[in-house]
Design a protein around this ligand. Structure first.
Ligand code: NI
Length: 157
């Protein structure tokens, strides 16, 4: 396992559309382990493969609900409601802002063996999922921010 370098805003790899994963092999499993290790090292709650310069459709998440997710080729298949909440990103260090997201989503993805997964998510997990799914389309949260948090507000947290 290894901690990978996280690419930051301005790196063109963050703007690429990612490729569908077709091989569910040991190489994929090792990449996902590196993604988890990198995410935990930098205290992130999610990480998408383009953030470590791999333009493939892979995300990992641990939104603090006791589950860790590795999702291959994830897609939103159902979305309802809207809510505004604060986000940050390991690829945009020190910047936080409010983003509107769906409040409830259903995601279809594959696991490390290629088996289909279905996830129903609300609240924080739904937000993290949508943030990471955007990375797979070359979209960063700062593209969607409706209000940046000023530094004074950050200092209070
Ligand atoms: Ni991010």
């Amino acid at each position: 396992m290894a901690i990978r370098i996280v690419r930051e805003k301005g790196d063109p790899v963050l703007r690429e559309h990612t490729a569908t994963v077709k091989r569910f092999d040991e190489t994929l499993a090792r990449l996902v382990e590196d993604m988890f290790e990198t995410m935990y090292h930098y205290n992130g709650v999610g990480l998408a493969a383009p953030q470590i310069a791999i333009p493939k459709s892979i995300i990992v998440l641990d939104a603090g609900d006791g589950e860790r997710y590795a999702l291959i080729n994830p897609k939103i298949v159902l979305a309802e409601g809207h809510e505004v909440g604060v986000e940050g990103c390991l690829s945009v260090p020190g910047v936080y802002g409010e983003v509107e997201r769906y409040s409830q989503i259903r995601v279809h993805a594959q696991d490390l063996k290629g088996e289909l997964l279905e996830i129903e998510a609300t609240e924080f997990l739904a937000r993290v999922l949508q943030h990471e799914l955007d990375h797979l389309q070359g979209v960063l949260f700062v593209d969607k921010v409706i209000r940046y948090l000023p530094e004074e507000e950050l200092a209070d947290e």
